[in-house]
Design a protein around this ligand. Sequence first.
Ligand code: G4P
Length: 530
Amino acid sequence: MTKRPDLPAEIARRRTFAIISHPDAGKTTLTEKFLLFGGAIQMAGQVRAKGEARRTRSDFMQMEKDRGISVSASAMSFDFGKYRFNLVDTPGHSDFSEDTYRTLTAVDAAVMVIDGAKGVESQTQKLFEVCRLRDLPILTFCNKMDRESRDTFEIIDEIQENLAIDVTPASWPIGVGREFIGCYDILRDRLELMDRADRNKVAESIQIAGLDDPKLAEHVPAHLLTKFLEEIEMAKELLPPLDPEALLNGSMTPIWFGSAMNSFGVKELMDGLATYGPEPQIQSALPRNIAPEEPKVAGFVFKVQANMDPKHRDRVAFVRLASGHFQRGMKLTHVRAKKQMAISNPVLFLAADRELAEEAWAGDIIGIPNHGQLRIGDTLTEGEDIRVSGIPSFAPELLQACRAGDPMKAKHLEKALMQFAEEGAAKVFKPTFGSGFIVGVVGALQFEVLASRIELEYGLPVRFEQSQFTSARWVTGNKEAVDKFGAANKQHIATDNDGDTVFLTRLQWDIDRVGRDYPDVTLSATKEMM
Ligand code: G4P
């Protein structure tokens, strides 16, 4: 990733990112503070929705109400200084899903939140690895420094070792736990002092002139100062300084220490994202890549969300704009369907503004209400036949048979399942042999979620049952070979929700056998959505 000198200013000021973390590390709290400092909300606490569906909400919920559709807080845009931040929400459930993966295809950077007492946890590690696949730049926030936390060097070492990335401190904590008073801002040679009395108050910032500035001693108690000076000396010797290029190519992460709850360290992190974070990047596509500065609009669907209101069957397709300057009412070509769509009702996720905005630029996320025409992976352009690539679909790891409680309702069930498949919530396979459907998911919890949503949204009680199959592979090869293979293995053949042929497997042995007996047929565990 590189800075692109020819980007229009409107595009260059955009920072599109996601926050990744292990549950409980502080993602919601940090999001809330981002919105607070972005002027999108007036008071912290406003966005926190308690209960089972705890997720960050913002003012555009009102817009959803006005429009009668629900889009939840999947993307939020707000200004920070001269920058426009687009924060894309990653799904909160702990079952790792391809939904998360695809969300990360729509951003240019990730903020990784870790808990200062816990360090790198399992979900952080998984999400980090997904970012790594795309060389996504990562900025790290070490949260909850107001509580007992691990030794600073230990935390940095752990990130370096577990995640195999260079870590450079952007700030350095002074004192630990109850004695934590704030941080030294290494990038700007400033002392930031946390205010414990008022959680929403931004820290006091004291400009100093180097580490031997006597002002340090005025603000930092002697015993903390000695330890801090020793540590920072060592840090300078042992740790690399910030290399903006290395940050942009994903090989180095700067780390800020703070406390989201106390609004501490958050502004510095936001400044870091603004100053060093990537601008909208080139999007890989076929037959050619798309550059953000291209005047014509192109974008791709990375997420589809059905309306939560059972009375409406609308869906919202979340589109990341890859290039150009979008204006409401534009006609765009739906490349897969080879059809024009007038985008008259786009939802722009301006967190501060209840009015629908009229325009968007490369880097922004827009929501397009539709009746199912738009699927994940679809590309929209101003006419050119070009398709965004690199949005994968993964073979599910768990399969179950799904039946309607009432056998007369099979058609209804098919419709419901197809909807969830298009949302990306499940894979639906229709076996060529026999009746019923096989549903594939990544985490076991998803079966329960699906069953309750089908009942709630379609009034259709369903049963998920054990299936003899355990996995699925997409079948490709020349038509003759695939047909011959299909005819000889009917019991295993199904079509997926896009009509592509899949081979349902029971054991790894099935896959090995195909490899041996049908050298002209390829079985794959991923499929590109385009
Ligand atoms: P998540 O979205 O990553 O799951 O985390 P969330 O922000 O919900 O934070 C998890 C818990 O950690 C919350 O406590 C939250 O208040 C707390 N927390 C977040 N940031 C800090 C911090 O800087 N310092 C400390 N000490 N705690 C922090 P909770 O008890 O689960 O919820 P609540 O009752 O506080 O709302």
